[in-house]
Design a protein around this ligand. Sequence first.
Ligand code: PEP
Length: 256
Amino acid sequence: MRKPLIAANWKMNMLRWEAQELARSFLEKVPDLTAYSDVVLIPPFTVLDVVRGVVDGTHVKLGAQNVFWEERGAFTGEISPGMLRDAGCEWVIVGHSERRHVLGETDEMVNKKIKASLDSGLNVILCVGETLEERESGKHLKRITGQVEIALSQLELDSPHRLVIAYEPVWAIGTGKNATPDEADYVQGTIREITGNIFGDMAEEVRIVYGGSVTEENIQELIGEPNIDGALVGGASLQAESLAKIVQMGTEASVV
Ligand code: PEP
């Protein structure tokens, strides 16, 4: 049985005082569900220390939104896996669609970032997903297959628990238009097959989560699907109350 993971991607939001208030308020509202689910807060780099100060020693883990593939050197503006570990991160998002589409990140860059992150001890949330145009022209499965195969190529995975794949259709991110549970489950089943071709039996334990306009209204239905092992939540994670509800409702739905 795969333990669900719910991760909160705060994107480029939160000043220091806001991050502290949000993290504190979320922790007050959410019970310790470690036995049943993993919960990760993923704030911007500039407030990692603030959020770390709140979640350290609790059931909530810390993650970062991006990483570079080199450890040190002349790479102005970049942050290395070791720096993220030093800042208290256990998780990192790689290949978020906003990085791919707004900042030009390629599948090959994603692959390098994943390798460097796993090597340095970070756990990875790999994001994949199709654009509206790709879906409408029926090319979405081909696109997603390519993204997964290149991202995971030549990868040494010592434990299936260190890799999470987030299926995030680009047309569903921040739009209020989520994929239906059936649609998401179908694509995520395909991602599991591709992952199985790469990692064999180990792929059964790799969590595949859904992201794209997840809210407290749709989390239960989504997590009720066999191939949906959690959620990556953007907009709805910016309020403590709604994030706490998503974690609780999602965890309950997956246990039933
Ligand atoms: C995300 O940031 O990964 C995301 C899915 O955002 P939202 O929940 O706002 O669609």
